[in-house]
Design a binder for this molecule. Structure first.
Ligand SMILES: Nc1nc2c(ncn2[C@@H]2O[C@H](COP(=O)(O)OP(=O)(O)OP(=O)(O)O)[C@@H](O)[C@H]2O)c(=O)[nH]1
Ligand SMILES: [Mg+2]
Length: 342
């Protein structure tokens, strides 16, 4: 999973990158190359279960975070779109730490840039498929409905994020790498002095439009990351910051992508991500295709029950250990043990 930081020049992308990924080599800010950092989602729930069950290994969910100077959108040239087509999601960093630009206007411009770029792609694609059909290539007929659906949505100035697709359609659409379809999280980068205050029109707009967003001071968060752990908690409390940028970032990424976490706990305790509303069978497929293929049933308990009863043995005795079939809808914090035979 790769998330790309985008935004106007000097909006605070690299500062945000450092606030989430932690200190990097000193050359980072100076050179003009793209940087990818792997971010560990350290989930306290997983750690607790691993400790209680004496797991030998703990494996977190990982994200790639991409910061690249070319991902700056300049007013005359817009964003360098070719660089970001393969990202799974975007983080738009808005410059709100001074009055240099209007973050709401910048956000709306980026959104309409995305729509325009997608329209170019879709118009070409529709034309091409129609041309093929006229030449008698009947097999391409089934591609058309979903493309037309996208085209109509874009012509109505709505992003492709607002559409839902069948798995078949989703596969077809994915190949185009549409920008307005990618999950988007927004960071309103405010000044140090404004932490904890209301974020004005841009915040209201983002909430009203249903975006996953947070306001934070990237600069302060970056400095926080440079402190020792003990000092960090104290400093955060003094500034009124409840969650670190890294935690907020992960929470937002999950929200924007519609993901939840589930766990497997044994010799290795491991966290997995799956889209909200997916079945135990689909979760099994995340672990291994063989496990999905030979799926018999899932033994399931929730992290919440684990916390109440403190061990797997205790919650088993209390009857909190359930047997579920393929259709069971996985919930955030579920622990799964899938029985299978191949
Ligand atoms: N006062 C203040 N300055 C900030 C904040 N965030 C970033 N800056 C400053 O803005 C400047 C640019 O920050 P960067 O993080 O390098 O911005 P960028 O988006 O990566 O810039 P480009 O890569 O050049 O497009 C730096 O001098 C930062 O110190 C903030 O929250 N408060
Ligand atoms: Mg930068």
């Amino acid at each position: 999973m790769k998330i790309a930081l985008i935004g106007t020049p000097q909006s605070g992308k690299t500062t945000t990158f450092l606030a989430v990924a932690g200190p990097q080599s000193p050359h980072l800010l100076a050179d003009q190359k793209p940087h990818l950092a792997m971010i560990d989602f350290v989930d306290a729930r997983l750690k607790k279960m691993a400790d209680a069950e004496h797991s030998k290994k703990v494996t977190s969910i990982q994200f790639g975070l991409l910061d690249s100077p070319v991902l700056s959108a300049t007013p005359d040239k817009g964003l360098n779109f070719t660089q970001v087509r393969d990202a799974d999601a975007f983080t738009h960093v808005l410059r709100a730490y001074d009055d240099y630009e209007d973050p709401l206007k910048v956000f709306q411009e980026m959104e309409s840039d995305f729509l325009l770029k997608d329209l170019e792609v879709i118009d070409t694609a529709v034309k091409k498929v129609k041309g093929e059909l006229e030449k008698g290539r009947k097999e391409r007929e089934k591609e058309l409905p979903v493309l037309v659906k996208c085209q109509e949505t874009l012509h109505r100035e709505k992003s492709l994020r607002t559409l839902s697709f069948t798995p078949e359609e989703a596969k077809q659409v994915r190949a185009y790498g549409f920008l307005s379809q990618k999950p988007l999280l927004v960071i309103v980068n405010i000044s140090e002095g404004k932490v904890g205050q209301k974020s004005g029109p841009v915040g209201e707009y983002l909430t009203k439009s249903g975006f996953a967003w947070v306001s934070l001071s990237a600069k302060t968060e970056k400095e926080l990351f440079e402190l020792k752990e003990e000092e960090r908690a104290e400093f955060m409390a003094s500034l009124g910051i409840e969650k670190s940028a890294r935690d907020e970032f992960i929470r937002l990424a999950f929200e924007a992508m519609g993901l939840i976490s589930f766990f497997t706990v044994g010799e290795e305790a491991k966290a997995w991500s799956v889209e909200k509303g997916k079945s135990a069978l689909e979760a099994a497929g995340k672990i291994h295709s063989d496990i999905a293929r030979g799926f018999i049933r899932a033994e399931v308990y929730s992290y919440h029950d684990f916390e109440t009863h403190s061990s797997i043995q205790a919650l088993k005795e209390k009857g909190r250990f359930r047997l579920e079939g393929k259709e069971y809808i996985v919930q955030d914090g579920d622990v799964l043990n899938i029985k299978f035979s191949v």
